[in-house]
Design a protein around this ligand. Structure first.
Ligand SMILES: Nc1ncnc2c1ncn2[C@@H]1O[C@H](COP(=O)(O)OP(=O)(O)OP(=O)(O)O)[C@@H](O)[C@H]1O
Ligand SMILES: Cc1ncsc1CCO
Ligand SMILES: [Mg+2]
Length: 264
């Protein structure tokens, strides 16, 4: 399937319950790609939004108690309506509140995909890890096993982003060897990727969630590589802006041509 063409044609509405750092950037990134964003965390309107939207993205970056209530209502309503739900467990290892909230979300919501950096997914797999706040941090793990384990434990697709991205549905593991080390130098690059995963899942009507996630992660990393053809590795501000520009002109053929994807 040509996911990007489908997104531009269908213009899916993506509901994001996200953090205050990245709300604007994520909304602009979804618009650039050809989807439509709506950002909302009001518990009062979660059920109504589930009637209107084609995907839900839950991001725990700047949690508060009211937002957790909204996430639970929205996630359950999305499940009832058959809308895909993505979880970005931002900084889940950092505090007990984040850990407990992610556990509640996983216990009450059936996610289609979980997308996080190495530290976040290592935490979900109970791997010993030195995360640094919301950043990936340091440690060693067998990522094939971690991706599979977390996918099987939660009955969904799991994507671990980093120098290599690992995507698994619990059976297969796919590695993606695209991207640029400047990505972690801008805040919210992973949060936007999770929103982009929501847009790809929104147009995937045959439950090929592994394929949708692989294509989303490949497309996004290729867009980043194309930005770096025109700027230097210290131009983080330009990178943030021009990533939006590249998402706006990216097409499925380019992703196919430049994607370095291994099915293991
Ligand atoms: N060292 C690297 N080399 C190449 N690509 C990278 C590298 N690190 C991250 N990426 C790419 O950056 C993108 C965002 O992933 P990253 O792991 O930085 O997210 P994140 O840590 O969740 O970000 P944030 O929490 O700031 O939103 C992905 O497409 C990933 O492939
Ligand atoms: C910096 C930061 N703090 C909470 S969320 C966030 C955005 C990157 O995940
Ligand atoms: Mg992140």
């Amino acid at each position: 399937m040509n996911y990007i063409a489908e997104i531009r044609q269908q213009n899916p509405l993506i509901h994001n319950i996200t953090n205050m750092v990245v709300a604007n950037y994520s909304a602009n990134g979804l618009l650039a790609l050809g989807a439509s964003p709506i950002m909302s965390s009001a518990p009062e309107e979660m059920e109504h939004l589930a009637q209107l939207c084609q995907a839900l993205v839950i991001n725990i970056g700047t949690l508060n108690v009211a937002q957790v209530e909204a996430m639970l209502i929205a996630g359950k309503a999305a499940n009832k309506n058959g809308i895909p739900v993505v979880l970005d467990p931002v900084g889940v290892g950092a505090t007990p509140f984040r850990r407990q909230t992610v556990q509640r979300l996983l216990d009450n919501i059936q996610f289609s995909a979980i997308r996080g950096n190495a530290g976040e997914i290592a935490t979900l797999a109970n791997v010993d890890w030195q995360a640094k706040g919301v950043d990936a941090g340091e440690g060693k793990a067998d990522w094939h096993t971690v991706a599979k384990t977390v996918a099987n434990a939660n009955g969904c697709v799991v994507s671990i982003s980093g120098e290599v991205d690992y995507v698994s549905d619990g059976k297969q593991v796919v590695t993606i060897h695209n991207g640029t080390p400047i990505f972690p130098k801008i805040t919210g690059s992973g949060c936007l990727l999770s929103a982009v995963c929501g847009a790809f899942l929104a147009v995937e009507k045959t439950s090929q969630n592994l394929t949708a996630l692989v294509r989303a992660c490949t497309a996004y990393a290729v867009a980043g590589e194309r930005v770096m053809q025109g700027i230097s590795s210290t131009q983080t501000g330009q990178f943030a802006i021009q990533l939006l520009d590249q998402l706006a002109i990216l097409d499925d053929e380019t992703v196919e041509q430049y994607g370095r994807v291994n099915y293991v």
